[in-house]
Structure formats: structure tokens, C-alpha cells
Design a protein around this ligand. Structure first.
Ligand code: SF4
Length: 379
């Protein structure tokens, strides 16, 4: 008989709110007393119609791609994950081909829904509405990037790494379609989460970007600093204090009725800088604001559907450490957790609800620091 006991862990309420973010690894750490695999991200496309200057997986984008692992194998590997709570589908643009939407994305979302597992897709929403309409009924979070105040920004940023010139009008048409698709999905009741990065280009415009995201009707504004991964490697970086100023400006001006989720911030309660600690406290006390601990390698793995390789994230330069052709994901995750790299950022301060920095954050801002020797200050 099929063992369905783990399905009892399905989350009772479907509603996503600031009080319940199943992607945050602190939740499973609190519940199980150790980091536990609750989330699987799947890369289903290396194709994309855009070439964003900040793309974290830019180096992997291609113009044609091989076949994917058989869907039944992926479903089997998901079924084996005992504590699965969330899946994420990413690319490239996951919906670049309609075939992938029909043959992979929809069945994966249907599987998640049937098991009470929440789902997210990362999309640029610039393609035909029809393909988003196909998957929307089974999806919990449509995650889009939104770093623009105008079609001109979209053109400059969204095709910054294109190897051929893209006409202004072409970009403007895609921009309009992205806006249109967002509105349609919002009107249909879908939870759209728009993510902005704080970087050299957006930090001064971030309040206007927020205003537009609210105006589009998005349920959540997600904000992350940009880190030097792939295409972003040669973009200028902001200092921690410029980053803190931009976050402060956003908190001053934001619409408090919209959930704002911050992630991969370089600010922790163990910081010797009192202003940084004050910012962490301000974030913790702000209504409708959450700060997500980083899922990568804490409660999540990434599976590349083309090779079957399993990674700790789709963008850090950490080699694969398993393959779904041979390995169960819970086993791969244990191997990762027991390894030295995971150990190097494996700190936990329960009083601060913090479980340490993302690997890229550590690499960029805290290269010399050993977080295992740090501790949240109570001030
Ligand atoms: S868990 Fe780590 S990063 Fe967070 S406050 Fe404690 S020592 Fe700092």
C-alpha cells in the first residue's frame, strides 16, 4: 500500500500571509530542531527571451536545449521527500515553450496541489497570456521581477546582456504585455509577488518602483540586494550603508497595507554596528514586513531537470553534489548539511529568529567572518 503518512504534514490553510511563509527555513528549523528539506526548486528551462543585466543564471542561458529528465522520475523524487512543503519552478523563463508548460509545469503544479504543497513560479510574464492561464489554476505564487519605473528602464535593464541590439519598440511591447499579464492574473485572484533588487541602478528609485508594484495590485513586494552572481558579476556593488539607507527609505515611504518581504539582507543582530541592529529591529517591528531567512541549502535544494544534477542553489558556484537518477533528495540534502560549506554558515540565534547568512552574502560582505563565533546581541 502506498505510504501517505507524510501527506499529513500538508499545510492546513492555503492562504499565504506574513504570519505564514512556508519558504522560510526558520519555520522547519523550529519545528524539527534541525534544518530539514521542505522545499525543492526545479530548473525547467535555460531558454529566455530576455537578457537582464543582473540575471543570476545568465551564464546558463542558451538558444536551444536538450530533453529533460522524465517527469515520472521527478515526481517520484518529490514524492520521496518526507517533509515537502513548497516547490519552486524556475529557469530561464520556465514558460518559454508551451510544451514545457503542458508537459512539466502543469503536472508538477497539480502534484503539489494534490499534496497540499505550495508552489511558486519565477517568470518574466512577457509571453502570451494563454500559457500563464494554463498554469494559474494550480499555482500559489507567481513571482516576477520588477525593477523598472518605465519602458526605457525595462529596455535598458532587461536586454542589457543581449548579444544583438533589441529595438526600443520591441522591448516596449514586452513591457506592456508584462504589465497587462500581471493585471489579468491579479484580477483573476492570483497571488503575484513582485521582486525588486536593490542595486546601483535601483536604490534611488526604489520607492517609485514600490508605488508601481502596489498600483499593479501585487499581493507582495519582495526586496533583495543584488549579489555578484553570473551576469551581475561586473556590476557595481553597493556598500552596506547604502543598502541600509535604501531599505530605510523604502520603510519610510511604503504602503503598509502591502506585504513586503525582504530576503538575503546583509544585516543581522550579531552585527557590531548599532545602526544595523536598529534596522533589523525596525524591520522586525514593521507591520506587514517579513524578513525571510535564506532557503538555499537550509530547507531547499535545486534540481536541474536537464541533467538531473542537484545543487544547493541555481546560482552559486557550488558544484552539484547528487543526481536524481541515483539519489533520493532527502539523502542528498543530508550529505550537503554534513559538508564543510554548509557548516561554514550554519549559525542559529533563536532569540533573533535568525539562521545565518546566504553563501553569497557571506562571500560579498563578510568574507573574513566566522558566523559560528558570532551571536545575536540583545541590546
Ligand atoms: S544566526 Fe548567525 S547571522 Fe544570525 S544573528 Fe546569529 S550569528 Fe548572526
Amino acid at each position: 500500500m502506498k505510504d501517505t503518512t507524510h501527506h499529513a504534514h500538508a499545510v492546513a490553510s492555503r492562504e499565504l500571509t506574513p504570519a505564514s511563509d512556508p519558504w522560510d527555513p526558520i519555520k522547519s528549523l523550529q519545528r524539527y530542531g534541525r534544518h530539514t528539506l521542505t522545499s525543492v526548486e526545479m530548473t525547467v528551462s535555460n531558454l529566455c527571451n530576455m537578457r537582464c543585466e543582473h540575471c543570476a543564471v545568465g551564464d546558463t542561458l542558451v538558444f536551444g536545449e536538450p530533453d529533460k529528465m522524465p517527469l515520472p522520475l521527478m515526481l517520484k523524487r518529490l514524492e520521496e521527500v518526507e517533509r515537502l512543503e513548497t516547490i519552486s519552478i524556475t529557469g530561464g523563463e520556465p514558460s518559454f515553450t508551451e510544451r514545457t508548460v503542458k508537459e512539466y509545469i502543469v503536472p508538477l503544479l497539480q502534484y503539489a496541489r494534490s499534496r497540499g504543497v505550495r508552489s511558486q513560479i519565477n517568470s518574466n510574464l512577457t509571453l502570451d497570456y494563454g500559457r500563464y492561464e494554463l498554469l494559474a489554476p494550480y499555482l500559489d505564487v507567481m513571482h516576477i521581477s520588477y525593477n523598472y519605473t518605465s519602458a526605457e528602464d525595462f529596455h535598458r535593464i532587461g536586454f542589457g546582456k543581449s548579444n544583438h541590439p533589441v529595438a526600443r519598440e520591441t522591448a516596449a511591447r514586452l513591457y506592456e504585455r508584462m504589465i497587462d499579464n500581471t493585471r489579468k492574473l491579479v484580477d483573476g485572484g492570483l497571488f503575484v509577488s513582485a521582486e525588486s533588487m536593490i542595486n546601483f541602478r535601483t536604490h534611488l528609485d526604489i520607492v517609485e518602483i514600490h508605488r508601481q508594484i502596489v498600483e499593479l495590485g501585487c499581493s507582495r513586494h519582495e526586496v533583495h540586494p543584488m549579489y555578484p552572481s553570473a551576469f551581475a558579476a561586473d556590476l557595481p556593488m553597493l556598500s552596506r550603508s547604502e543598502m541600509a539607507t535604501a531599505v530605510g527609505r523604502l520603510l519610510d515611504a511604503r504602503d503598509e497595507s502591502v506585504w513586503m518581504l525582504f530576503g538575503t539582507l546583509p544585516f543581522f543582530m550579531c552585527s557590531p554596528d548599532a545602526e544595523e541592529r536598529a534596522l533589523v529591529r525596525r524591520l522586525a517591528g514593521a507591520p506587514n514586513v517579513t524578513v525571510r531567512n535564506d532557503p538555499d541549502g537550509r530547507n531547499r535544494l535545486n534540481v536541474n531537470l536537464f541533467t538531473g544534477d542537484v545543487f544547493v542553489t541555481d546560482f552559486a558556484n557550488v558544484p552539484a553534489f547528487g543526481n536524481i537518477k541515483e539519489d533520493r533528495l532527502d539523502g542528498v540534502f543530508k550529505r550537503w548539511l554534513d559538508g564543510p560549506l554548509a557548516g561554514s554558515v550554519n549559525c542559529h540565534c533563536p532569540a533573533a529568529s535568525c539562521c545565518g547568512p546566504n553563501l553569497l552574502v557571506k562571500d560579498m560582505y563578510f568574507r573574513e567572518q566566522d558566523f559560528r563565533l558570532r551571536k545575536a546581541m540583545t541590546d
